[in-house]
Design a protein. Sequence first.
Length: 367
Amino acid sequence: MPKLVTWMNNQRVGELTKLANGAHTFKYAPEWLASRYARPLSLSLPLQRGNITSDAVFNFFDNLLPDSPIVRDRIVKRYHAKSRQPFDLLSEIGRDSVGAVTLIPEDETVTHPIMAWEKLTEARLEEVLTAYKADIPLGMIREENDFRISVAGAQEKTALLRIGNDWCIPKGITPTTHIIKLPIGEIRQPNATLDLSQSVDNEYYCLLLAKELGLNVPDAEIIKAGNVRALAVERFDRRWNAERTVLLRLPQEDMCQTFGLPSSVKYESDGGPGIARIMAFLMGSSEALKDRYDFMKFQVFQWLIGATDGHAKNFSVFIQAGGSYQLTPFYDIISAFPVLGGTGIHISDLKLAMGLNASKGKKNGNR
């Protein structure tokens, strides 16, 4: 049976196996269970001996991948993956995933050093950022067969390494430092067309505003390459060592992974976790008082700016040694105000992804 070896910062964590019937199982390595760095891969996959066969295994690894079936199909086409299933896709692009997870086929030898990269010219950067227009996933252009990353979410994006003022393509298992997000463009719904062509500026402004209000959000900047504008968001799941010679991956997971859920239920209205469940979960945080206060403050902030996409995959926790956890910075913040009216949506239809019982999420519910 095929296996993927799972690593965290050069520490062997365990093996992901795909069974003949397509099911996914995971087993922690004995040396990881005995390590002082040991922590669960996910809070839904507690440290234990033997094979873990629950649905949480499939869901955890599936949540490392882009949500979009279109992007997944591009990955299949680009790398001739056997299917859209997590094991088959991560066999091809699992070297740099969200959090600290690195996935390597058991028969593959990693030949690159810990840190290796290729500097991009502006023209080359523009080519990477516009690759999706040529049906290429996540900026993984054909000339860079060694550039293989997985970035979760529904938006067109890639991830790059920044060294000084230079943007670089990482080689082998070298981590990335920034998520690069492209304009969303138009989203067509049954009764509306949402023009999010200015999403780069929208999200940049929302992050600046959140920071001014004391919320913990990542640093970001708008970058340009030729005719392309994109938002570069610094990854909070990456950190340089003291000598700035090695980039470390920080273990984290989103709330779908935490609760062992598929991304198809990331919205509360589809059965995903809401405010009450997450607030109860944060009672167990190593920074419980702060995290619960910040989480509720952020809910109010989302209500004020009309940020409607605060679903379970847009909240995450760092996983610390021993299995303790705490809230990560907030991310993926976009205001819906620019798409109100005209061919967009009516304010009465504007609602938050997680609602309070009094308003069921509707922004105008208490007005």
